[in-house]
Design a protein around this ligand. Structure first.
Ligand code: 0A1
Ligand code: ZN
Length: 882
């Protein structure tokens, strides 16, 4: 392990590669501890490279080089040099040539899960971002695109299934049937990070798909034998995604096969390798008993996401890793649009915004803030962030808002036409929209380069005599690390002015221009918009549909918030008004608690909430969203400083109890009315009913009376699907009662043979707000079913504790911090990516009240001083303490 933090890599230093690799032949003989890789690389000097050609520097890590031949001639030791990072051929030819390299790697020992590794006996690969260099020496950068022919060989018994990218071309047996081989050819030039291979004893579910132009595609989802029955939903989602991409964006699939493999040890959610997506099995396997509605929805989204990458990421890839948002932001936008079409668009938008605010806003407001397109990094794996993904998607959505759906589609079509087969940049992408629309997006580019969440401070003045309304919007751009002064952004603000009768007013600017779509475009620091013909005092509904990733600040009275909750024609903003109102109540409650005062009663808010909860004309899924209060971290973010997580927890608990008590009859009615009878279906219509019903049950349980506990226990005992069972378990986990212990024992007895489902058992213990939680989590790290080497287990137990249990992670004695820090350091020895991710749980430490802040800083200081540290952890802790 390297001990020093390497120097950052800078965007401005980008140079094209001096050599290109046109074709790669790989011959891989799989063996657990000594896999042999023969790579034949067809190289040539890059005509686009300026200056002296220089040495050929091939990336390589954790490899043992057996031999190297250039155009068939063995290289002598003097011809090359070797380090733990590179193979350097000092005088490579200035013409096309062939390099044959034979190397060995050790998949069994690979616990970083990057490169070639084994997961429960299955060989698999993860090459994004820089894992291919752990398979062979290579120009391991995304602007080197090659076609690949891959031959895999293994014992039949150990790996009866052998897969790689592209189409299968040949297979056969060797050694009298003991061994076998398979050859795959991928005709689409791709960067090395999209390479994949799989070998193992796998079962599969097969289906097929015919593309719009008549190509027949064989679809297969490979899983551990015995789990084939849990793939149907993923297969269904895949086919819907394939059709949707044709219909919405005109994108067809381009190979004869599409394979998905689910493995149990995976650092992230899934990976879009060309024609061979590899998934974390948690995002493939689903049955009514084992997967909640949330899991079904996540599977649908991620299956679609990886599939959509085939065009946005694979056919057109990134020139360099600074351009990561080019594929990720765009693909997240596409998966969001897909989900919105499959389900209720408003509910989907609310979910996406909740997720953005929960994950990206804290990143943008803390020491880890970075632009959607960063201009420096030490370890690229640290930049697979909510900013690159989710804020990146918001930038694409803003483009669509600014250009209109048709204008956006034209720009995207041009992008596909112009850059198919290339490694592109954000500038090239945005230029397509400028060229197709004729509009300048120069100022819009600032969104890509500037970190931080803008705050829009809005003031509305109404002039009764002149019958005009004047809206002033000022953008405040808070400083972020290394960037004190900011430039104003080009911001689409969708607006409605609502009259006293609850209807939207016509928006006519003083100039006479009508704003039929309600879209204002902000480009200066402060701008005033005047509307005429406004005969009564309007209520402003701003940032409708969350038209830009910004914080909105406007002085709405409580009566106005209630009015918006009941009347806004934009359902997203109705929900937003309820969240704002709840936040206001909760913040006041926290402040009262901290000042030892009695908080005001929340009756007006609760009554307003009750009106929507009881409105059976509204979609149950939407009403469930209405009922979900802002999270404890949301409240912390709004407070911004001097945060006391315990006070926040108590305030929220108090409001939940008040809701449960005041709205008891509405909630009971929901609970009885929305019981879903019959066979389980993951379709959103039914999932929404379950969501509303479980939300109601949660409030009723928070009252804590005998009858309430009996109700949730019965809900748990009689649950016929994972959603009801898990919701009840979550509610019971908050109680200090024998029912809690009994529920966890029953859950364990039922699911301990299922390595995926049992993760819930770990997670729901980790999330408990009870004072015993930390001791419980520490003990669980010794449990025979727990393993630090399995990222899902680490996420379920330690990740949940650190990220979703603010009260106990932020214990006033600092023991929560110490526990997580210890685990970060332990993980860092073999899986730096996961270690660095876990460490990000400290990202909001600067907002804490002084005592906790001091303890968190001490813990971070201890991590920073530890040696050795991976570059991954060193970079994060360094930024955290800057
Ligand atoms: N490109 C994948 C996510 C991914 C990124 C990095 C990985 O390893 C470091 C693995 C997967 C996606 O967006 O789904
Ligand atoms: Zn992606």
């Amino acid at each position: 392990m390297k001990t020093e933090t390497p120097r950052p890599i800078l965007l401005k230093d980008y140079r094209p590669p001096n050599y290109l690799i046109d074709h790669v032949d790989l011959d891989v003989a799989l063996a657990p501890e000594r896999t042999r890789v023969h790579a034949r690389l067809q190289l040539r000097p890059n005509p686009a490279f300026e200056g002296e050609l220089g040495a050929l520097r091939l990336d390589g890590e954790m490899l043992e080089l057996e031999s190297a031949r250039l155009d068939g001639r063995a290289l002598r030791p003097a011809d090359y040099s070797l380090s733990d990072k590179e193979l350097v051929i000092g005088k490579a030819p200035a013409r096309a040539f062939v390099l044959d390299l034979v190397t060995f790697c050790n998949p069994e020992a690979n616990k970083a899960l990057s490169g070639l590794y084994r997961s429960r006996g299955i060989y698999c690969t993860q090459c994004e971002a820089q894992g291919f260099r752990r398979i062979t020496y290579f120009l391991d950068r995304p602007d080197v695109l090659a076609t690949y022919t891959t031959r895999l060989e293994a014992p039949c018994a150990e790996a009866p299934v052998l897969l790689s990218n592209g189409n299968p071309t040949e297979q056969g047996v060797l050694d009298g049937g003991k061994r076998h081989f398979a050859v795959w050819h991928d005709p689409h030039p791709k960067p090395s990070y999209l390479f994949a291979l799989v070998g193992g004893d796998l079962a599969h579910l097969a289906s097929d798909f015919e593309t719009a132009s008549g190509r027949k595609v064989a679809l297969k989802i490979y899983v551990e034998p015995g789990k084939e029955g849990r793939c149907a939903w993923a297969m269904d989602a895949l086919k819907r995604a394939m059709r949707w991409d044709e219909e919405r964006f005109g994108r067809e699939y381009d190979l004869d096969v599409f394979n998905i493999v689910a493995v149990s040890d995976f650092n992230m959610g899934a990976m879009e390798n060309k024609g061979l997506n590899i998934f974390n099995d948690a995002l493939v396997l689903a049955s009514p008993e084992t997967a909640s509605d949330q899991s079904f929805a996540d599977i649908e989204r991620v299956i679609a996401h990886e599939y959509f990458h085939n065009w946005t990421g694979n056919r057109i890839t990134c020139r360099d890793w600074f351009q990561l948002c080019l594929k990720e932001g765009l693909t997240v936008f596409r998966d969001q649009e897909f989900c919105a079409d499959q389900r209720s668009a408003t509910v989907q938008r609310i979910r996406d915004v909740r997720n953005l605010k929960a994950r990206q806003f804290p990143e943008d407001g803390g020491p880890l803030a970075h632009p959607v397109r960063p201009d420096r990094y030490i370890e690229i794996n640290n930049f697979y962030t909510a900013t690159v993904y989710e804020k990146g998607a918001e930038l694409i959505r803003m483009l669509q808002t600014l250009l209109g759906r048709d204008g956006f589609r034209q720009g995207l079509d041009l992008y596909f036409e112009r850059h198919d087969g290339q490694a592109a940049t954000v500038e090239e992408f945005v230029a397509c929209f400028e060229d197709s629309s004729g509009k300048s997006l120069r100022q819009f580019m600032t969104w890509y380069a500037q970190a931080g969440t803008p705050e829009l401070v809005c003031k509305l003045k109404w002039d009764r005599r002149a019958q005009t309304a004047e809206l002033t919007i000022t953008q405040h751009l808070p400083p972020t690390p290394g960037e004190a002064r900011k430039r104003p952004l080009h911001i689409p603000v969708r607006l409605g002015l609502i009259g006293h009768n609850g209807h939207d007013l016509d928006l006519v600017l003083a100039s006479g221009e009508r704003l039929d779509d309600g879209l204002l475009q902000l480009s200066k620091r402060s701008e005033t918009f005047r509307f005429r013909g406004v005969s009564s005092r309007p209520v402003a509904s701003l940032l409708r549909g969350f038209s830009a990733p910004a914080n909105l600040s406007i002085d709405h009275s409580e009566a106005e918030l209630e009015f918006l909750m009941a009347n806004d024609s934009d359902l997203y903003n109705r929900w937003q008004a309820a969240q704002d109102y709840a936040t206001r109540v909760l913040v006041a409650h926290v402040k009262a608690l901290r000042a030892d005062k009695t908080p005001e009663r929340p009756d007006a808010f609760v009554k307003a909430l009750g009106v929507t909860a009881a409105n059976h004309e509204l979609d149950p899924g939407y009403r469930a969203q209405f009922l979900f209060l802002p999270s404890e971290s949301d409240i912390a973010r709004v407070l911004g400083r001097d945060v006391d997580p315990l006070a926040i927890h108590l305030a929220r608990k108090g409001l939940r109890k008040a809701i449960g008590t005041m709205l008891k009859s509405v909630l009971l009615d929901i609970y009885t009315r929305y019981e879903v009878k019959g066979r389980y279906s993951p379709a959103s219509e039914f999932a929404n009913q379950r969501a509303l019903r479980n939300a109601a049950l949660g409030y009723l349980t928070s009252r804590g009376r005998r009858e309430d506990i009996a109700r949730v226990v019965a809900h748990f005992d009689t649950a016929r699907n994972a959603t009801d069972e898990l919701n009840a378990l979550a509610m019971l986990s908050e109680l200090r009662s024998p029912e809690r212990t009994r529920a966890f024992s029953r859950y364990y007895a039922r699911w301990n043979k299922d390595h995926l489902v049992i993760d819930n058992w770990f997670a729901y213990q980790a999330v408990s707000p009870l004072a015993s939680a930390l001791a419980g989590v520490e003990k669980l790290t010794q449990h025979p079913l727990f393993s630090m080497q399995n990222p899902n287990k680490v996420r379920a137990l330690i990740g949940t504790f650190a990220a979703s249990n603010p009260v106990n992670f932020n214990r006033p004695d600092g023991k929560g911090y110490d526990f997580v820090a210890k685990r970060v350091l332990e993980l860092d020895r073999f899986n730096p990516q996961i270690a660095a991710r876990l460490l990000s749980a400290f990202r909001s430490w600067k907002m804490l009240e002084p005592q906790r802040r001091r303890l968190a800083k001490k813990t971070l200081g201890h991590i920073a001083k530890t040696k050795p540290l991976s570059p991954d952890v060193a970079e994060i802790v360094g930024k955290m303490l800057e």
